[in-house]
Design a protein around this ligand. Structure first.
Ligand code: PGA
Length: 255
């Protein structure tokens, strides 16, 4: 049985002190626990340690994620962060392949695959993003496009514990636009992702991998997505920046 997951991608928002306030606010909102739902927050890299300290001090029921990683262990890679550095500050998850990284920073599926392998070698759970542009959606080739991304992003991965690899389907046209995909749109692609995972990893592993929906998910629309068979949670951007709203989404997932 897959545990639901609600993950907040703070993107490039919040200074150090603001991140602390948000993490403390969320700890308070979730004081009663999160039941069977895994909750994850992904602050900017410079704020990871500060948020880790809040989690520890408040015994907060959420885990820490980075938003990016480099696949090398150490060396002359100015501006990059290695997996063991994330591990050392308490990050147990890392978002990879977000469409903003693909579009603005030229990341390829091959890069994303290397990042997944590097993270998994350190026991950090990748939250690997995929999703199509509006142009591809309008051409009607979105399912093939995403299936191809999944094949490339997972090439050669050895998944022994399926709860330790997470996929986020985020149609680019729905990210930060207020334009959500319908729950049926999400299920169409998430179902195709699940089938592809069955082909690659077999039934049992595929049945244990969480697939999240992302793209303008908010407290009012989350329940509809979660009803769908192959949608196991959400990767939330804008709506994760308010502790009460994000906690509402966690509570919907617990229902
Ligand atoms: P959004 O972002 O919820 O603001 O659309 C989601 C994401 O990009 O992860």
């Amino acid at each position: 049985m897959r545990k639901r997951m609600i993950a907040g991608n703070w993107k490039m928002n919040k200074t150090f002190s603001e991140a602390i306030v948000l993490a403390q606010g969320l700890a308070k909102e979730l004081e009663g626990g999160t039941g069977d739902v895994d909750v994850v927050v992904a602050p900017p890299a410079v704020n990871l340690k500060g948020v880790a300290e809040v989690i520890e001090k408040e015994e907060a029921p959420f885990a820490l994620s980075a938003q990016n990683v480099y696949w090398e262990e150490a060396g002359a890679y100015t501006g990059e962060t290695a997996p063991n550095m994330l591990e050392a500050v308490g990050a147990t998850y890392c978002i990879i392949g977000h469409s903003e990284r693909r579009d603005y920073f030229g990341e390829t599926d091959e890069d994303i695959n290397k990042k997944a392998k590097a993270l998994m070698a350190h026991g950090i759970v990748p939250i690997s993003c995929c999703g199509e542009s509006l142009e591809i959606r309008e051409a009607g080739t979105h399912v093939e496009f995403v299936v191809d991304q999944i094949k490339k992003d997972t090439a050669g991965l050895e998944i022994t514990d399926p709860s330790k690899y997470v996929i986020a389907y985020e149609p680019i046209w729905a990210i930060g636009t207020g334009k959500t995909a319908t729950a049926d749109d999400a299920q169409e692609v998430c179902g195709a992702i699940r089938k592809t995972l069955v082909e690659i990893f077999g039934e049992e592993t595929a049945a244990g991998i969480r697939i999240l929906y992302g793209g303008s998910a908010n407290p009012s629309n989350i329940a509809g997505f979660l009803e769908k068979e192959d949608v196991d949670g959400a990767l939330v951007g804008g709506a994760s920046l308010k502790a009460d709203g994000f906690a509402d989404m966690v509570h919907s997932a617990m229902a």
